[in-house]
Design a protein around this ligand. Structure first.
Ligand SMILES: Nc1ncnc2c1ncn2[C@@H]1O[C@H](COP(=O)(O)OP(=O)(O)OP(=O)(O)O)[C@@H](O)[C@H]1O
Length: 641
């Protein structure tokens, strides 16, 4: 153990962040206090939880609280808590580095432009380091609960690349942070200012936040020594909704979600049936810096409390994966205090609570999706978390229909990448006699939008959903129908868009007509092409899809689309394989030319090129690109004569 005084360098990322803090033009500097109080409250929560197992950790002091004191002359503010505290290793680990996910993305996003970067601070949230927005020196004294008084740690930094760490004697457990204010921010060290800031941002903290009694107490000879609680000091989520202001809900969100920005919406309910519990759930206003890791709900998902006592962060058993963007608190009166994660995963009470939790979150999203001013917010939600919510169609059988109603898509109706159309809107716009919901899947929006499979749909004005998220293939394979209308890929199976005829002439005649579809003069061509393509195709036939392209590939009935085949292969998963059908557009000049082609080699080249082009045009890659190019060049030279 290194029990000496050491000067250490911050990690490069921390240094960069600190520089940003020190030169910050972030307009809302006072929130540093909210961040430090939020950390203090978490530390007390963690102590109380650890003490469930080992009461000794209280060290005889169960009066859990946070104290904010100040010294106007010395220009300091001190925030002290009697929470869990930190060991020397923990200080180095937590305060010298940033373990937070998304840090790299955040640093990369910094532009050097102060205003822009200040906005990013707001999106990223910097916790402890926000102290450097108002301080030219920060001092932290801490001792981990249960360790000897001699194992206290003092940490100090000016925020300029290095910090000092040394052992101190600290009789009482917990953490004290002293902010040495800069000249510009010195006026913060004043009673009524601090009181105001605490009430504004930290009123919801469930532990008492004490400050020296002042002002009200005119007689106060002992001013400065008497303390009073300045916040409500009760768990916000157990208070009646009618008594909580929007601002309080918003500040509480920032505390639980470690977010600097307001949430988009929330739902708060008290359940008092067979089971008793409180739930408060929020939808964040934007997607976290790194969708993939933070998103998984690491650390800042749902907090579980049992009878007001904090039990754990990320109580993922209360929320299905597709709702992992939800942040908030669950507080049960029925669970016991000593429980493990494993126990909770299997628990009947938890299962019942989870069911209600899902229902509440879906209610909240439905409300947000309803018309009016709120629907803009729903769009904001969808843009941030749409791809995650979509997983619900696959994951949650019971709520599939509810989730389906919440989905939003880009479509050929406006040909814009923004996903704004609901399935209900699509159904409303369906043509007379149309009974299916058509969609195309591709890797990008552009590939979907320009897919040759859409030609006849565009011609006839039939709307098609343009899907290009990887998850869409799974969504469509699990969502067989919506509102009685089957979902149909435009790239799978045969196609019949003659809605009007069907209405007038009835199905039987229509069937008869369908069988008779290949004109005689094309039969020879088709047979020759099948021959030329061999195993590359399952079949060659005349297309009902194409109006301007010469050919396209579609999956046979019951087959997987080319897009899904590519996704599976890329992910190293088994694909049942794409056994394509090559469809031809008999009105295209190339097809007309091929009908009269007598040179077998040239016919073979044309056929292979058509096939490879069909792959390219829907976003795929020819199996043998070099041969494709060679053939193209040969044909071009031939044509040039
Ligand atoms: N008062 C405290 N008592 C004990 N540990 C603390 C205290 N303040 C901070 N820490 C430790 O330092 C870590 C880093 O704190 P910091 O505020 O930088 O980030 P955070 O709270 O983890 O996340 P965020 O940046 O999202 O707020 C915390 O996770 C905690 O382990």
């Amino acid at each position: 153990m290194s029990e000496t005084k050491q000067v250490k360098q911050f990690e490069a990322e921390v240094s960069q962040l600190l520089k940003l803090m020190i030169h910050s033009v972030y307009s809302n500097k006072e929130i540093f206090l909210r961040e430090l109080i939020s950390n203090a409250s978490d530390a007390i929560d963690r102590l109380r939880f650890a003490a469930l197992e080992d009461e000794e950790l209280f060290e005889g002091d169960t009066d859990l609280k946070i104290r904010v004191t100040y010294d106007a002359d010395a220009k300091t503010i001190t925030i002290a808590d009697n929470g869990i505290g930190m060991s020397r290793d923990e200080v180095t680990e937590n305060i010298g580095t940033i373990a937070k996910s998304g840090t790299r993305e955040f640093i990369e996003a910094l532009s050097g432009d102060e205003k822009n970067d200040a906005m990013l601070i707001g999106q990223f949230g910097v916790g402890f380091y926000s102290a450097f927005m108002v301080a030219d020196n920060v001092e932290l004294r801490t001792r981990r609960a249960g360790l000897d008084a001699s194992e206290g740690v003092r940490w100090e930094s000016k925020g300029e690349g290095e910090y000092v760490i040394e052992p101190i004697e600290k009789p009482n457990r917990g953490t004290e942070i002293t902010i040495h204010l800069t000249e510009d921010d010195a006026e913060l060290a004043e009673g009524s200012t601090l009181r105001h800031i605490v009430r504004k941002y930290s009123d919801h903290i469930s532990f008492p936040i004490e400050m020296p009694a002042e002002g009200e107490d005119e007689e106060g000879e002992e001013e400065g020594e008497k303390f009073e609680t300045v916040n409500q000091a009760s768990a916000l989520w157990v208070r009646p909704r009618s008594e909580i202001s929007d601002e309080e809900y918003q500040e509480f969100y920032k505390h639980v979600a470690h977010d600097f920005e307001d949430p988009l919406t929330w739902t708060h309910s008290k359940v008092e049936g067979r089971l008793k519990f409180n739930m408060l759930f929020y939808v964040p206003g934007r997607r976290p810096f790194d969708m993939n890791t933070n998103y998984e709900g690491k650390r800042h998902g749902i907090k579980l409390y049992v009878k007001r006592v904090f039990i754990m962060d990320d109580a993922e058993m209360f929320m299905p994966r597709y709702l992992r963007f939800v942040r908030g608190v669950v507080d049960s009166d029925d669970l016991t205090l000593n429980l493990s994660r494993e126990f909770l995963q299997e628990n009947r009470i938890v299962a019942a609570m989870r069911k209600t939790a899902i229902k509440r979150v879906l209610d909240m999203l439905e409300e947000l999706a309803e018309d009016g001013e709120e629907s803009k917010k729903y769009q904001q939600f969808w843009n941030a978390f749409g791809p995650v919510l979509k997983e619900g169609v696959v994951e949650d059988n019971k709520n599939r229909d509810r989730v389906a109603k919440l989905l939003r898509f880009a479509t050929t109706h406006d040909d814009e990448p923004a996903q704004t159309t609901s399935l209900a809107e699509y159904v409303e716009r369906m043509q007379d006699g149309q009974d299916k919901i058509y969609y195309v899947t591709a890797e990008t929006f552009a590939a979907a939008k320009n897919s040759p499979h859409l030609e006849v749909f565009r011609d006839k004005g039939v709307e098609v959903l343009l899907l290009h998220d990887a998850v869409d293939e799974w969504v469509t394979s699990h969502l067989a129908e919506f509102d009685g209308h089957e979902l149909q890929s435009v790239a799978i199976g045969e196609l019949d868009l003659d809605f009007d005829k069907k209405d007038e002439e009835g199905d039987e005649e229509d069937e008869a007509e369908k069988k008779d579809e290949t004109p005689e003069e094309l039969e020879g061509l088709i047979a020759k092409m099948k021959d030329a393509l061999g195993e590359r195709v399952q079949d060659v036939r005349v297309s009902k899809r194409l109006t301007s392209s010469p050919a396209c590939l579609v999956a046979g009935e019951g087959g997987v689309s080319a897009n899904l085949d590519r996704i599976l292969k890329k992910a190293g998963e088994f694909s049942p394989g794409f056994a394509p059908v090559l469809e031809l557009n008999p009105t295209h000049p190339i097809i007309a030319k091929l009908t009269g082609e007598t040179d077998n080699d040239s016919f073979g080249d044309w056929t292979q090129v058509l096939y490879d082009q069909a792959i390219l045009s829907e976003g795929g890659k020819p199996e043998d690109p070099a041969t494709f190019v060679k053939r193209m060049n040969k044909l071009m030279v031939d044509l040039m004569g």
